[in-house]
Design a protein around this ligand. Structure first.
Ligand code: CUA
Length: 157
């Protein structure tokens, strides 16, 4: 079959780009630990009865340097919207929604979740650098969507 020279170049270019994208994907998931929010990070509240307890407070210290945050998302705020942990802490976030679909993304971390009504989204991250980490809702949820944010304050020891 005859393929025109320019056509062949385009085929090579397209195949090359696919290869580059494939390498970028493999690098970001294997080396940088970046993942798309997946179904394995969500589970029904009943299955998490032992983990999820609003009455015990939003932020719980399980052990030195080990925290658990039970977070509520609703139009248009997070509770809590300010979390303080010492640097080096490993924090597991459990986020549920009281109303519609929200998102929860923490700036400069690998935490990015969809928060679906009826499920609890879960993500764990170790904060190795002190500073303020903005988190925000990244699923459009109505008129006040862009107000829906908070911050994790990682304090130097
Ligand atoms: Cu909640 Cu957008």
């Amino acid at each position: 079959m005859h393929i025109d020279r320019y056509e062949r170049w385009w085929i090579y270019l397209a195949a090359g780009l696919l290869g580059v994208f494939g390498i970028a994907l493999a690098f970001s998931s294997a080396v940088l630990g970046i993942r798309l929010p997946g179904i394995e990070e969500q589970f029904l509240p009943t299955a998490a009865a032992g983990d999820y307890d609003v009455e015990q407070g939003w932020v719980r210290e399980l052990a030195p340097g080990r925290y658990e945050v039970n977070m509520r998302a609703r139009v248009w705020s997070f509770e809590p919207n300010e979390i303080r942990v010492p640097v080096g802490s490993t924090v597991t976030f459990y986020v549920h929604s009281d109303d519609v679909i929200h998102g929860m993304k923490i700036q400069n971390t690998t935490v990015s979740m969809m928060v679906l009504p009826g499920e609890v989204a879960r993500a764990t991250y170790t904060f190795t650098e002190p500073g303020e980490y903005l988190f925000m809702c990244h699923e459009y949820c109505g008129a006040g969507h862009h107000f829906m944010s908070g911050r994790v304050i990682v304090e130097a020891l």
